[in-house]
Every structure is written in C-alpha cells, then in structure tokens.
Design a binder for this molecule. Structure first.
Ligand code: NAI
Ligand code: MG
Length: 357
C-alpha cells in the first residue's frame, strides 16, 4: 500500500524535526507492506512574511485531494496581533474538521521517571479557539475586550465518544499484554462547570449523557470528573491515577503542556489531530525560537506523532515498531538531547532511532 503524506515543517524547530518523521517512515522494514510518497507543503509565519498568507490554498488543496495524512511541525504566532495573520494549525483543524487532538503522555521505565500513562483527548475545533474576539470602549473611554467561548453538543458528543473509544482500545492493548500501570479503563471529564455552568456545563452533561446512553458498550469504563484547577493539582500529585482525560480545547491545550513536565520534556510529547477522514500528526511543542537552528531540538515528539498518524490510519503494527524504537532509545538514556540532560544533536537522536527501526 502506498500512502501519500503531506509534510508541513512550518517555522523554527519545525523545520528541524519534520525530516525525522519522513525518515522513520522511510526506514520501516518492507515487511510492513507500506510505501510512502511525500509532498512538501508550506504554512507558517515565515511563509506569511514572504508570501502574505500563512496557509496557502495549495497546501489545503493538496491535503484534501492528494494526501491520506500529514505531519505538521510548528508555527510561530506572535503574541501581539499582526494584521492578516492567523495561526494555520488552528485553521487547518477547523477546515479539515479534525475534531480531536489526542495527546498521550507516557513515561518509560528508565529508573528516573515517575510512572505516568495517560492520554489527554482535547476538543479541537471550538471553545475559546473560535477566536471571535472584539474590543470596544466604555463610555468613560476605558477599553474592554471580549472573546466567545463556544461549546456545542455535537462537538462535545464526538469528543466524548472518541475518549471512550480510546479508553477501550488502550484496555484492549493491555489485555493483549502491553505493559501499563493501569489495570482497568477510566475517563475523567475536566471542566469548570461550577463557574461556567452553561458552556462547560454543556460539555460535561453531553459526555455524561452519551455515556449513560451507551452503557452497553462503555460499561467497563469508570467515568470520573475533575474541575480543571484541581485537575492540575492532581495531575502533578498523582498522575498515575489518570488513564484518559477529556476536556474542552483550552484546558486540553494547557493540561497537555503541563503533563509533559511529568515525563521530562515537551520535546517527547506527540499528538494526532483526528477527523472522520483525515489525520495530522503534530508534536505538542511550538517553534521553540530559543533553540532553533542549533540542531538540539528533541525529535522524539515528532517521531511519536508520526507513529500516531500511522495508528489512526489503521497501521498499528508499523506504529508499534516506531514506539518501541523510541522507548529503547529512552530506556538506554545515552543518545539523548539536551532537554533530557544529554549532549546529543537532533540528527544523532534520529540516527539512533532509525538504527533501532
Ligand atoms: P514552545 O513549545 O515552542 O517552547 C517551550 C519550551 O520548550 C522552550 O524552552 C523550548 O525550547 C522547549 N522545547 C519545545 N520543544 C522542544 C523540543 N522538541 N526539544 C527541546 N526543547 C523543546 O512554546 P513557546 O515558547 O510558548 O512558543 C514559541 C512559539 O511557538 C510561539 O510563536 C507560539 O505561538 C508557537 N507555538 C506553536 C504551536 C503549534 O504550531 N502547534 C504550539 C505552541 C506554540
Ligand atoms: Mg499548545
């Protein structure tokens, strides 16, 4: 089978880590029966400055008409408003209806990390990320800014369903012998519906109702909930108690960077943007301008995101091969990048993992 994969490096270290994704796919032994075509695609702030658009129409149409999946590096988004610029990954998630962002955080058995094996399932198309903001002035001339937080029943139900399905799938893999700290599946809904009773309330109730109406399928899953601020506390105090966490867009974004701190580095944490017919693997980190151009970015988040892309396209065995190669590198703990306390270069870490594949 030949898969066509779009490669969107974007800005900063995105350009240094996306080649790793391509290389691991090319390194997969032929016994997996997969061949790859790659299409290099543009997006990001550099491209915006050069060409006036952050997400060219050609990128979107190539993804839609030619690719089965894609890998996205990172883009830089200025913290102050730049006229005409808007983050292309946020746009891509909406335009391709990639409604779920799945972010596993798992420690390896290297004698350093505390045991963590959780996955954050983040709603990916709405909440405050609809970016409907406006400013106006009070009669006394002082400024006000407002943003819409939109939660819909349709999106909440879809993300809830995805979280339960992932919990079952993780349990199925454990039943097949995959080592884990969990022996039974759970899903924790995180929200702030004690304050935002209409918006987060709808998120919470929709997922609870969905669960109640599908007990035949999801009965084995324990449904829990945790208000988002104490969720942060518990995540750091007792990460081993969480299996699948489902949350609205903003909380999911924040919790996943936080959870990364539990396992040593943001440079380890992958994600996959998942829709009905398309997937984009994407490291959780950003363009990391503080380390760009030095060949020291950790490529593992991207390599794991590549494996996730394969997994969501249905190629579990090939994905498992990549995960194992990464774990072996981390357990040996020798050829590792500076964010993990090592001295190896990005390219050396990639080489080591390619050898193991
Ligand atoms: P960041 O994730 O780029 O960096 C945070 C810290 O983690 C930095 O110290 C960085 O050096 C380190 N880090 C991140 N990835 C690493 C890796 N692979 N290896 C080693 N160290 C790594 O977040 P920050 O600094 O808040 O944002 C920088 C830019 O990235 C901003 O313009 C922001 O808008 C953008 N960004 C883009 C995202 C995307 O495209 N999906 C996601 C998050 C931020
Ligand atoms: Mg983020």
């Amino acid at each position: 089978k030949t898969l066509t994969i779009g490669l969107i490096p974007g800005d900063g270290i995105g350009k240094e880590v996306i080649p790793a994704g391509r290389q691991v796919l090319e390194a997969l032994p032929s016994s997996y029966g997969l061949k790859f075509n790659f299409i290099d695609l543009k997006a990001g702030f550099d491209h915006f400055q050069a060409a006036g658009t952050a997400l060219p129409e050609e990128t979107l149409s190539a993804l839609r008409s030619e690719c089965q999946g894609a890998l996205f590096g990172a883009v830089s988004s200025p913290t102050t408003k730049v006229e005409g610029y808007s983050s292309p990954i946020v746009a891509l998630r909406k335009k391709l209806n990639l409604y779920a962002n799945v972010r596993p955080v798992k420690s390896v058995d290297n004698g350093i990390d505390r045991p963590v094996d959780l996955v954050i399932v983040r709603e990916n198309t709405e909440d405050l990320y609809v970016k409907e903001e406006k400013t106006f002035e009070n009669p006394d001339g002082t400024k006000v800014a407002e943003a819409i937080k939109r939660i819909t029943e349709v999106a909440s139900k879809k993300i809830g369903k995805m979280a339960f399905e992932i919990a079952l799938r993780r349990q199925a893999l454990r039943d097949l012998g995959l080592k884990s700290i969990h022996s039974s599946p759970s899903v924790t809904i995180t929200h702030k519906s004690n304050v935002l009773s209409l918006t987060d309330g709808l998120f919470r109730e929709t997922i609870r109702n969905f669960y109640d109406n599908h007990l035949d399928k999801f009965e084995s899953i324990e449904l829990k909930e945790q208000i988002v601020d104490s969720m942060v506390y518990k995540l750091f105090r007792e990460p081993e108690n969480f299996d699948v966490i489902v949350g609205p867009n903003l909380y999911g974004d924040i919790l996943s960077d936080g959870a990364a701190a539990l396992v040593g580095s943001l440079g380890l944490i992958p994600s996959c943007n998942v829709g009905e017919n398309f997937v984009i693997g994407e490291p959780c980190h950003g363009s990391a301008p503080d380390i760009e151009g030095q060949n020291i970015a950790n490529p593992i988040a991207t390599i794991r995101s590549t494996a996730m892309m394969l997994e969501f396209l249905g190629y579990d065995k090939a994905a498992a091969k990549i995960y194992e190669a990464v774990d072996a590198n981390l357990i040996e703990n020798k050829i590792i990048s500076p964010d993990l306390g090592g001295t190896s270069k990005t390219t050396e870490v990639i080489e080591d993992i390619l050898k193991r594949i």
